[in-house]
Design a protein around this ligand. Structure first.
Ligand code: MN
Length: 133
């Protein structure tokens, strides 16, 4: 089954970089440029994983993540927070909001696909275990 990844990012240059990084990986890529659009697409498409820019024009990625994690049908969606700045306390805020992982800009184009593949694999293992019993 082809995996769906939602890229939430208001900067088209960053979006294109992520798209190029994942181009060869056989994922279906969805895009949102605001928090509202992210919630809309996530609810409709239920992607496997979301790359969440924390600085959005209408809200923060923290708030969008919180809303997604509060929705029972979306609470298992993997969310990787991506932020331009690594402020003291940011990591804590990221974890607190429910993000599953945290990466800083500039995006490491070698690291990102590895992190995504590893997280999807881990999730498959966990859901496999749950279904075995
Ligand atoms: Mn941004």
């Amino acid at each position: 089954m082809k995996r769906e990844i939602l890229i939430v990012e208001d900067n088209p240059i960053h979006t294109r970089l992520i798209e190029m990084t994942l181009r060869t990986k056989n994922y279906t890529l969805l895009k949102a440029t605001s928090g509202e659009e992210a919630l809309d697409i996530a609810t409709r498409e239920r992607p496997d994983l979301i790359l969440m820019d924390l600085n959005l024009p209408d809200t923060t990625g923290f708030k969008v993540t919180k809303k997604l994690k509060e929705n029972p049908s979306l609470s298992h969606t993997l969310i990787i927070a991506i932020t331009a700045y690594a402020m003291r306390g940011d990591r804590e805020r990221v974890i607190e909001s429910g993000c599953d992982a945290y990466l800083t800009k500039p995006i490491d184009t070698r690291e990102l696909p590895k992190v995504i593949a590893e997280m999807l694999l881990q999730r498959d293992k966990i859901s496999g275990k749950q279904h075995r019993g």
